[in-house]
Structures are given as C-alpha cells and as structure tokens.
Ligand binder design. Structure first.
Ligand code: ASP
Length: 429
C-alpha cells in the first residue's frame, strides 16, 4: 500500500486544469503560444479523440438497448414524453433567462465603434464562410434530414449524423420489441455488450484525463486574446451570470424537490463530468463519462441513462440556448436594432429549435445562432463581434448542457423508481 492517500480523479483533473491555465497565461503573455500549440496541444487532441471515439457507437447502442428494454410501448411513450417535456421546458427557461439578462444588462450598448469595426474586420472572413454554409439549408430540409437515407452512412461520417442516428436507434429499439424474442434477444444483447464495452474504454481513457485536460486548457488559454475581454466584458458577464443562474434556480431545485438525490451529492459526483465537458467543449465526447457517473455513482439504472442521456447529448442544450438568447440581443443592440417582445418570442422558439439541431461538438452553437439571427432580421455577420470570446463561453455552455441531461435523468429515475439500491449511495461523503 502506498503511504500517500489516493487523490480522487476529479481533484487530479482540477489540478490539471489549473496548471494548464497557468501555463497558458504565461505562454500567452510571453509570446510562446506556438510552443504550447506544437508540443502540448497534441496531448489534449489525443485525449479528445479517445473520448470522442466512443460517442457514435455509444449513442446507437445505448439508445437501442434503452428503448428495447422498455418492454411495453406505454412505458416508453410515458418516459419519452416526460423526457422531451423536461428538455424543452428547461431549454425555454434557459433562453428566457438569457433574454431577461441581456435586456437588463444591455451588453451591446456603448460598444466603441472602433472596437466594433476591428472585430468585424478581424473575423469577417471566417464568419462569412460559416454563414454561407448555414444559409444553404432550409428548415424543411433540416427536418427531412433527420430521417437517414442510409443509417450506415450516418454512422460513418466523421462525427456521426447524431440526429439521424437517434431517429434510427429509436425506431430499431421499438421494432425489436415487436419481433419474436428469440430473434430480438441476440441483437439486444449484442448492443448491450457494446454499450458496456464503450463505458469500459472510457474508464481506461479517463486515467489520462488530468494530462489531457492540462494540455487542452493550456492550448486554449495560450491562444486566447485577453485584450478582447475588456470591450466584450459585459456580454461575457451576462452569459456567465445566466448560466450560473440557470444551474442555481432551475437545476438545483429540480434535484432538491423532484429527485431522490441531494444537491450536494449530485454535484459532488457530477463534478468529474463537468470538468471533462468544460475542457472538451463537446457534449458528445462527454457522453460516456456522463453515463458512467450517472450509473455507477448516482445509482441511476441503465434503463434511464441509456435512453435519457444519449437523447439529451444530441438534442438538449440549455447552455447553448441561453447563450444564443444573450448573443442575439447583444448583436441587435450593437447594430441599434430594437427588438419588440414578439421578436423576442421568435428568438425563444428558434433558439429552442436551433439548440435541438446543434451538433454536440465545439463551436456549433455559434453557427446555429445564424438561424436565430435571421429569424428576427439581425445581420448574421454580427457573429464576428462575438467570435473572439466564443471558445471560452463554449466550454461553459457545454458544462451546463451536460448537467441538464443528468438532472433530467435523475428526475425521471425518481419518478419511475429506477434507481439501483440507495440513490447516490456510491458518492463518497
Ligand atoms: N459545444 C456545445 C456542446 O457540445 C455545443 C455548442 O454550443 O457549440 O454541447
């Protein structure tokens, strides 16, 4: 036995993150960001690739098993509709919080015209190509695109067409319940084994998480232009305050009053997932860690985690939606475009849809913002204004996105009585 007490993984990750931030700031200040990006960043990229690798097989396999394990269709539709209702309601509350704060704080007023021009010219090239890509797809086409022509194709793209995979997995799960058990059982067992194996891979990969997180944070901070924080300070502050409020006034009460867990136990167990979400900026990459912690530490049964979490990673993005609300008002204020309350309602609707369609990978929330801006006639080129601080906000909104999925999973597990033994019994005191 070692003489030293064992340091818990989430502490190691936190230490990695703090050291990474220190190295990043020093590199940024002393002008050797290139050293970090050439020699340190690859360690972070390796970690991201290893955790992202599990996302596509895990969403497919766990959803099929999750749906197929709910034997009667009534139970499936009850859990399915409750999950969707919670997801949509929390997303709409998140955007509303974002809109209220942006209207109160008014981050876009008083932005120095020189800074505005500077930001526009710095990022207009990158932004233009992103806008063109988004503008090409109509809403009808996006809805049609949820149905895959060939599901194997959806699985085989680099990051997987997640909405298509979810759609196919849900239908396949339902269909497996309708065929003879001797035919469906081997298929379900195969996907069940695949799910468990993906989670085992993540448990192995998480051993290097502190190093990966160190490298990721060092690389982001070393590249970050701190000068940009000052003119965009109010906008930055409004998003962060909104995210914090959403956790404090929506998630914490949901855990306290609608679940069998305590707020302390939930956040204690969940910090490991939040640290991975923060440093990876990707809900999809964080999914396996989220499932592992929800099952093993919070004690939620696989029946719930296998269904609620992969669905949430794909469509439930409260942090992204809140940020889109603040960003839309901010850009409108900078351009001097007044937003009537009917337009703010349109923002709530389009941002809810946009957050459902947002892929769970870094930076996509900002691209989907184009759709929200277009719906209320704000020039989409305005995203150039917020480009510089987006990466840091992406880290924070992703952390909120994954927390929302686990909060809903805890509530559903409570309502359906689907906890293993004592809820949260594996969370150390
Ligand atoms: N990075 C976010 C996520 O994966 C999506 C976004 O807002 O860009 O949840």
């Amino acid at each position: 036995m070692s003489k030293f007490p064992k340091v818990k993984l989430h502490w190691k990750i936190l230490i990695g993150m703090i050291l990474g931030a220190v190295v990043g700031v020093i590199a940024n200040e002393m002008g050797f960001a290139w050293v970090v990006s050439s020699y340190v960043k690859p360690v972070g990229s390796l970690f991201i690739r290893l955790i992202s690798m599990t996302a596509v097989p895990l969403v497919l396999a766990s959803l099929i098993v999750g749906v197929a394990s709910m034997k009667d269709l009534k139970k499936l539709s009850r859990i399915g509709s409750k999950t969707m209702a919670f997801y949509i309601a929390t997303t709409m509350i998140a955007i509303t919080i974002g809109l209220i704060l942006a209207n109160l704080i008014r981050p876009g007023e008083g932005l120095d015209p020189k800074v505005k021009e500077q930001l526009r010219s710095d990022y207009s090239g990158i932004v233009e190509s992103k806008i063109n890509k988004t503008a090409e797809v109509s809403i009808t086409q996006q809805i049609l695109d949820i149905v895959p022509l060939n599901p194997f194709n959806s699985l085989a793209t680099e990051r997987g067409e997640m909405l298509q995979i979810v759609f196919f997995a849900l239908l396949l799960g339902i269909a497996l319940n309708m065929v003879l058990p001797e035919k469906s059982q081997p298929v379900i067992r195969f996907f069940d084994g695949l799910t468990d194996a993906m989670i085992k891979i993540i448990e192995m990969v998480m051993k290097i998480a502190p190093y990966g997180v160190f490298a990721l944070i060092a690389a982001v901070i070393a590249d970050f232009g701190f000068d940009i924080l000052q003119p965009l300070g109010k906008y930055f502050f409004a998003v962060i305050l909104g995210l914090f409020l959403h956790v404090a006034i929506v998630y914490a009460p949901m855990i306290a009053f609608l679940s069998k867990l305590t707020v302390k136990k939930f956040f204690k167990a969940f910090s490991e997932v939040q640290l991975v979400a923060f440093s990876s900026s990707s809900s999809a990459a964080t999914l396996a860690v989220n499932m592992d912690v929800c099952q093993k530490k919070l004690g939620i049964k696989e029946e719930v985690t296998g269904f609620v979490l992969p669905l949430g990673a794909t469509i439930n993005m409260d942090g992204t939606a809140l940020y889109q609300g603040v960003a839309a008002v901010f850009i409108a204020q900078v351009y001097g475009i007044p937003l009537h309350w009917t337009e703010q309602l349109t923002i709530i609707l389009t941002a809810t849809l946009a957050s459902i369609g947002t892929a769970a990978v870094p930076g996509v929330g900002m691209i989907m913002l184009v759709i929200v801006l277009q719906s209320v006639h704000i020039p989409p080129e305005g995203i150039a204004l917020i480009f510089g601080v987006d990466r840091i906000l992406d880290m924070l909104r992703t952390t909120v996105n994954v927390t929302g999925d686990a909060v809903v999973a805890s509530v559903i597990a409570t309502q359906e009585d689907l906890f293993e033994n004592q809820p949260g019994e594996n969370v150390p005191a």
